[in-house]
Design a protein around this ligand. Sequence first.
Ligand code: ADP
Ligand code: MG
Length: 243
Amino acid sequence: MLQVKDVQKSFGHFQAIIRANLDVRRGEIVAVIGPNGAGKSTLFKIISGHLKPDRGKILFRDRDITSLEPHQICRQGVSLSYQIVNVFSRLTVFENVQVSVLSRLGKAFDFFTPAKGLAIDETEKILDSVGLGNVGDRICGALSHGEQKVLEIAIALGSNPELLILDEPTAGMAQEETSATIKLLERLNHEGLTILFCEHDIELVFSFANRIMVMQQGVSIIQGPPHQVRENREVREAYLGGA
Ligand code: ADP
Ligand code: MG
């Protein structure tokens, strides 16, 4: 479904990504792991079109999307949910997801189009599916951190993606919120959504992902199923502390 081929990205003289390769098959849950600064977020921004690589290619369903704009990539079926809590904090939960659904349908909020009555059913369906159905009329700023992170997933779902990319979806969550979020992502995956994510919690990654790609200092050093990655000597030394 997705192929990242020999991607390279510098910021000034600094090579954030020296060489990254990644492939994601339809229906998979793929994790990218690696220490802080390894280039994971940069890679996700390149895949979603928010950054352009200096070299290399991104193919989605065999189509070269490297030079497309973020909204075009989103239209192709790739949706990125950000690491930073990225919601319009003065809109309600419902409105945030509704904006996302409407922008997919090509109807943005503006001064001339009363949008309140649009896309109600679909918005409600998404909120129910992520477990936020009962807080739809709350102002986003009033949600807990965990709820805001789930809302980011709901907003990403508003574009009806085939591939959902999540940058640290459980960052800062309490244990219970983390397991609920993982359950949610597993269910979405069962319903057909392909998931690419990065995450700090290694145990969680190894129990949740079908395949894992390891990045280190801007280089993707291995991609494979959990048992294969666990056994890799380079990974053990660099990342799992040799244990
Ligand atoms: P990760 O998500 O794996 O922690 P990032 O992709 O955020 O890593 O960052 C990789 C490296 O690139 C880091 O050293 C970071 O400081 C640097 N970097 C990221 N974005 C920028 C930017 N816009 N300008 C300059 N350096 C950046
Ligand atoms: Mg990051």
